[in-house]
Design a protein around this ligand. Structure first.
Ligand code: FAD
Length: 321
């Protein structure tokens, strides 16, 4: 019988990614409902020593495939290893981060296991029978659809990075580490990585910023926003409008088709608060909105709302600080 909640824990260059720890955090919450275990899959080469950190972040068991075939992510060997684990242990649920790796691997696994997959989930809930309710934006983000997979197991989902909370590491947590050996079907290995060329890292990493000074169409002078961000050790982000207008790099876009952020402070200047924008920032710890329209939807999610001209607020703050 299918049981337990499993998380594919992504590592890159041997470093476990945040996107692995977030689904691990939500898996822990889901497991409370059913009393199931949370198990992590850790695949790579020379990665076994990372298993303990997954236990500290919520896993009861870590199943490791440590093999030279898994040194770099290539779909087929990874798909073979994950399929081996899924067939052997029959998980009730498998979660992946919705990264390029998770989005590549999860559909392949769902096809091999003949089960469903809900991509890019923003919320996961579970009932006491172990049925997973997978919620994701639908119809251009204008509504949220909750999807179930009642007839097949495992229930599979990719989880949007930045939406769910990872647990703080608890080094005292105990768990089991199991090393798995795979009988590779190398005849199916059609792709070989000859060289890896790293793209230059985007200058702004808005996902890790503690303070975001976020600008929308109502901001006429982006220099003022950059000046304020510099003074308060913040990072400038934006709505999609400024990206579409060519005024901002896509790496700085917050929202459904941009990044999901959860900073300590999100300062929204001249942003109306469209649902697609809110989807990327409403979990921020403290939201300040500055808008000339007192009925702007952004005020519904703001902890502090200022009905004012953005430039006037920038000027005053930049003078004061
Ligand atoms: P507007 O909606 O034009 O709002 C400008 C705001 O500025 C208004 O509230 C106005 O009152 C205020 N304002 C005007 N002058 C001033 C001033 N002087 N001082 C202060 N305030 C002022 N959007 C995203 O942001 N991120 C996404 O990822 C995203 N994905 C999308 C995906 C899809 C499929 C679709 C259909 C849309 C998506 N959008 C996204 C677009 C979204 O619907 C909105 O169009 C967009 O967020 C609006 O950007 P904005 O708030 O900057 O502009």
């Amino acid at each position: 019988m299918a049981k337990n909640i499993w998380v594919f824990c992504e590592q890159r260059d041997g470093e476990v990614q945040n996107v692995a720890l977030e689904p691990l955090g939500v898996a822990r919450e889901l497991a409370e409902k059913t009393g199931e275990k949370v198990n992590a899959m850790l695949l790579g080469h020379n990665v076994t020593d990372k298993a303990k950190s997954l236990i500290a972040h919520g896993a009861d068991g870590v199943y490791v495939v440590d093999d030279a075939n898994l040194e770099k992510f290539v779909t087929e060997p990874y798909a073979q290893a994950v399929t081996h684990i899924a067939k052997k242990y029959e998980p009730n649920v498998i979660l992946f981060g919705a990264t390029s790796i998770g989005r590549d691997l999860a559909p392949r696994l769902s096809a091999r296991l003949k089960t469903g997959l809900t991509a890019d989930c923003t919320k996961l809930e579970m009932d006491e029978e172990g049925n997973l309710f997978m919620t994701r934006p639908a119809f251009g983000g204008n509504l949220f659809a909750t999807i179930i997979c009642p007839d097949h197991r495992p229930q599979m989902s990719t989880v949007r990075p930045g939406v769910m909370k990872k647990l703080d590491a608890d080094e005292a947590r105990q768990g089991e580490i199991v090393v798995e050996n795979i009988e590779w079907n190398t005849a199916k290995f059609a792709v070989e990585v000859l060289e890896e060329v790293k793209a230059e890292k985007a200058e702004a990493n808005i996902e890790d910023a503690k303070i975001l000074v976020s600008c929308g169409r109502g901001v006429k002078n982006l220099e003022s926003a950059h000046e304020l961000a510099g003074k308060i050790k913040g990072t400038v982000s934006s709505s999609r409008t400024l990206v579409d207008l060519g005024l901002m790099d896509h790496a700085r876009q917050v929202g459904q088709t941009g990044k999901t952020v959860r900073p300590e402070a999100y300062l929204a200047f001249g942003i109306s608060g469209a649902i697609q924008h809110l989807a990327g920032m409403e979990e921020s710890e403290f939201i300040v909105a500055v808008n000339t329209d007192k009925n702007a939807p952004i005020f519904k999610v703001a902890n502090l709302g200022i009905v004012a001209d953005a430039e006037a607020v920038f000027k005053n703050l930049n003078k004061m600080l």
